[in-house]
Write a protein that binds this ligand. Structure first.
Ligand SMILES: [Zn+2]
Length: 352
């Protein structure tokens, strides 16, 4: 087994290769490359091997993925530990012509480990602002882990609000979807919104359609992380289409974590089981992202290849790529400028 897997290996190019792109569901910690994990561990006097990372970056189920995430983030102990991962991720995004990224930071995990979130975020921002990483605009979403409970989630919302002027645009919640009812977290979401933050929530990844409904109705989520359980509720899908609520789909992630197998009731799901194309046919707004690219051995170009394999036409791929800009948590003028850049590139590639 290769541990430094090349995401682009064997993939078919798509029209997305030539276009400037946005990626809006991307976890910073999930982008830790195997080699970087080894280096981070060494900084703290621990020896791990590439083979071990390779083994840990394969999952029997969703709980296995969460365990691996916990394990790899355990090597992030000081602000400086964040610098190489931001640098690597920025370079990777530039390589793929991603011009805008909303990157999720597990602030809930930092707080749980009694770290100084402000100091970590300063190191992250300093690295992101360095040349040449300025070629990709990075905005930040602070994420709480649902299983840590309501108080810890509120603490993340407070941190996000405090650092809004430093570049945090959103507040979200991920982790174990089945832990605690949505109503527990409403005060944190209400607070985040009142402080001018945009709000997102992972839902319907391993949970059912009701988790998606609650994320929107109770927590006021503007976008849903994954939301693949919507495939099991036609009426809810219709209402999402009418209300233009965005699902942030991540194909490879759903295959690697077993989330798609769970939703389909199969022992092992195939690419063709993924609902992305059906969502688009039903008029549901969907974006495409990698989620945790290093941990799922993927990149955004590979995700577009998989979307093409699901039968999406070039026109649909173009609309899918444009949706990631439209759904971005950007001020209207900045969004307009990026959409214009996207359409100009699409025009010169003869796509519109
Ligand atoms: Zn995610």
């Amino acid at each position: 087994m290769s541990v430094e897997l090349a995401p682009a290996e064997k993939r078919q190019p798509t029209i997305a290769d030539a276009l400037p792109k946005a990626e809006i569901h991307l976890h910073l910690e999930g982008s830790i490359r195997p080699r970087t994990a080894v280096e981070l561990a060494a900084r703290h006097g621990e020896t791990i091997t590439l083979e071990e990372v390779g083994r840990r970056y394969q999952y029997a189920n969703f709980a296995g993925f969460i365990d691996a995430f916990k394990w790899v983030t355990s090597f992030l102990r000081e602000p400086d530990d964040y610098r190489p991962i931001v640098k690597n991720l920025g370079e990777e995004l530039i390589r793929q012509n991603v011009v805008y990224a909303e990157i999720t930071i597990s602030a809930g995990v930092m707080l749980r480990r009694m770290q100084n979130v402000e100091a970590n975020f300063q190191a992250i921002c300093e690295t992101a602002e360095s040349v040449p990483l300025q070629r990709v605009k990075m905005a930040w979403i602070f994420d709480a882990a649902r299983q840590f409970g309501a108080d810890a989630t509120m603490e993340v919302a407070r941190c996000a609000a405090k650092l809004r002027k430093a570049g945090v645009v959103g507040f979200g919640m991920g982790g174990d979807e089945l832990a605690f009812p949505a109503a527990h977290f409403r005060p944190a979401f209400d607070y985040a919104r009142s402080e001018g933050l945009r709000v997102v929530c992972h839902a319907g990844e391993t949970g059912g359609p009701e988790a998606i409904r609650e994320a929107v109705e109770i927590l006021g989520a503007e976008r849903i992380g994954h939301g693949i359980a919507l495939m099991r509720d036609a009426a809810l899908a219709e209402s999402f289409a009418a209300r233009r609520i965005v699902l942030e789909n991540c194909i490879t992630s759903n295959l690697c974590t077993g989330a798609l197998a769970k939703q389909t009731g199969k022992a092992k799901a195939e690419l063709s089981d993924h609902p992305l194309a059906k969502f688009i046919e039903r008029g549901v707004c969907v974006t495409l992202s990698t989620d945790d690219p290093a941990m799922f051995h993927t990149d955004l170009l590979a995700e577009y290849s998989k979307a093409a394999s699901l039968g999406l036409s070039n026109k649909q791929l173009l609309a899918l790529a444009e949706q990631s800009f439209s759904a971005a948590f950007l001020p209207a003028n900045e969004k307009r400028a990026l959409l214009e850049q996207f359409r100009t590139a699409a025009k010169s590639a003869g796509l519109i």
